[in-house]
Design a protein around this ligand. Structure first.
Ligand code: GRF
Length: 205
């Protein structure tokens, strides 16, 4: 069974979807702990409510990456909690090489666009402002690039002329909450394998 850690910096609705899927028996993983670089992040409160260890780590003075002493601390926490797989869910820091190598092929992320379109920050707004008629979410492996890792699962939504950015994001989040537990279950069942040297089809289903 996958021994999962979830990392997030904010609301934690995707973490909640993963917790709910585990509790309802739809997702066969063990959530070992939930970690955040933001002490007051609601994601930690969600963990506490479900009796999952909720762990804050301080990354100051680093602004946008997980590196140095903070990285060492997180690696230590993961070892102490016997974690072998990591799901990023709204984690707002870049993971660097040392960490990536330690958990090679064992870190996944969810991104609010249909990658490779609209990588990076504010992807929902980017897509909405661009005027695309279809967008969605992507679950992908994490590699050294920004949102470039092999794609595991995608769901799409239509953007109607009546949609606002807010209504579009609401539809998008609802699809994320389906896509992430589904992708993790595929990995848990061994239906998906990470290929070290990957091309566009870096995963096998
Ligand atoms: C999601 O939209 C996810 O795609 C992005 O960050 C957001 C996190 O939302 N990476 P939540 O904290 O899971 O509610």
């Amino acid at each position: 069974m996958l021994k999962l850690a979830i990392f997030g910096s904010g609301t934690g609705s995707n973490a909640q979807a993963i917790i709910d899927a585990v509790e309802s028996g739809m997702l066969d993983v063990e959530i070992k702990c939930i970690l955040s670089d933001v002490a007051e992040a609601p994601i930690l409160e969600r963990a506490r409510k479900h009796n999952i260890p909720a762990l804050y780590f301080n990354c100051a003075p680093l602004k946008s990456k997980l590196d140095g002493a903070a990285e060492q601390k997180v690696l230590q926490i993961l070892e102490e909690h016997d974690v072998d797989f990591i799901a990023l869910a709204g984690f707002m820091r870049i993971i660097k090489d040392n960490f990536l190598n330690t958990y090679a092929g064992r870190i996944v992320n969810i991104h609010p666009s249909l990658l490779p379109s609209f990588p990076g920050l504010n992807s929902g707004k980017q897509a909405f402002d661009y005027g695309v008629k279809v967008t969605g979410c992507t679950v992908h492996y994490v590699d050294a690039g920004i949102d470039t890792g092999a794609i595991i699962n995608q769901k799409c939504i239509s953007i109607e002329s009546s949609d606002t950015l807010e209504s579009m994001m609401e539809k998008l989040h609802a699809q994320e909450h389906i896509a992430y537990p589904e992708a993790l279950q595929w990995i848990a069942e061994g239906q998906i394998h990470y290929k070290e040297s990957q091309d566009a089809a870096g995963t096998v289903r």
